[in-house]
Design a protein around this ligand. Structure first.
Ligand code: PSU
Ligand code: MN
Length: 303
């Protein structure tokens, strides 16, 4: 395998023997949630996947080594230690060459999953086209990697800190299927609905696995985005959360927050201003996606 990558023995065994594996990102741990809830979340997500008989593989960079599959101690270290770089494709070679710690975003996690042959990746929400991207050019690298690599990403849609309409248009341009899991509506992370529809509503993990199989057997390069709405009981009130999002964006603009700092800044502000309500919703939707990711990985491995 690649000279910069260490694969956990359990993960390696699964990859070699076509057993199901679900990749997990680490920016959500180090930049998306505060300590100690981040550790609790990351360890629980792995358990949820294991309970389905699937191997979890949290991906991160420790001392300049790409780790595919972390031990609980390594997860705890990543959640606590500072500094940890937020690593997207642009940051990967720098982080490794300097032997720094790095937390992989959706984009870098997709890249690494594809390098080692993991087909399914579960996360919370993806990055996308930011509001006002017409001026800032701020379009997440996550969308490029979704376009380029053969990995199925399970998300709860995208947050309305982004321009959801433009994000969906961009995915269409790049040829990425957006699958609503038991829904016709693109979910907006904290809420089950948004003003946007999805074209394809699939209601079993097997149907999703079949689509992945056809796509890649055809030689069509690129990912599949599964949008799995947050469970009703954990979803937030649309008007209220959208107001908080607007407020946080205004503050970011006032303070001149830009580039890779903007998503973590907005998440933190929204969490504080909702007294942690948004964080609890975020954690629950990640659990929900981990479970679905595990089911899709199993179905795909059995095809
Ligand atoms: N959305 C969340 N939590 C997160 C992220 C997004 O609710 O932690 C992270 C993911 O790692 C995603 C990244 O890939 O933010 C996108 O960052 P940017 O907008 O800078 O591309
Ligand atoms: Mn950006």
């Amino acid at each position: 395998m690649n000279q910069y990558i260490d694969i956990h023995p359990k993960v390696l065994d699964a990859i070699k023997n076509n057993k199901p594996v679900v990749a997990l990102e680490s920016t959500i741990i180090s930049h998306g949630m505060p300590y100690p809830k981040n550790v609790e979340m990351a360890l629980n997500v792995e358990k949820i996947i294991e309970n389905e008989g699937v191997v979890p593989a949290t991906i991160a960079i420790l001392d300049g080594r790409i780790k595919v599959g972390l031990t609980p101690d390594e997860i705890t270290k990543l959640a606590k230690v500072k500094p940890v770089l937020k690593v997207s494709k642009r940051d990967l070679a720098y982080c490794i060459s300097k032997k720094y710690h790095g937390a992989t975003t959706v984009s870098a996690t997709i890249l690494i999953a594809a390098m080692v042959g993991i087909k399914v990746f579960a996360t919370g929400g993806i990055g996308g086209v930011h509001r006002n991207a017409q001026e800032t050019f701020d379009i997440s690298r996550d969308l490029e990697e979704l376009a380029n690599e053969n990995v199925c990403v399970v998300s709860a849609g995208a947050k309305s800190i982004l321009d959801l309409g433009l994000t969906l248009e961009y995915l269409e341009t790049k040829g990425v299927e957006v699958i609503g899991y038991k829904t016709d509506i693109f979910p907006a992370f904290y809420t089950r609905t948004s003003p946007f529809r999805v074209l394809y509503n699939l209601d079993t993990p097997l149907d999703i696995a079949k689509l992945m199989n056809v796509k890649w057997n055809l030689g069509l390069k690129g990912g599949v985005l599964v949008a799995n709405p947050i469970p009703e009981v954990f979803s937030l009130e649309e008007e209220k959360i959208n107001k908080e999002i607007e407020k946080a964006i205004e503050e970011a603009n006032r303070l001149g927050v830009k580039g890779k700092d903007i998503t973590p800044f907005l998440l933190d502000r929204i969490k504080t201003n909702t007294q942690g309500e948004s964080l609890d919703a975020n954690i629950q939707l990640v659990y929900h996606n981990a479970k679905l990711g595990a089911l899709i990985a199993k179905s795909y491995a059995n095809l």
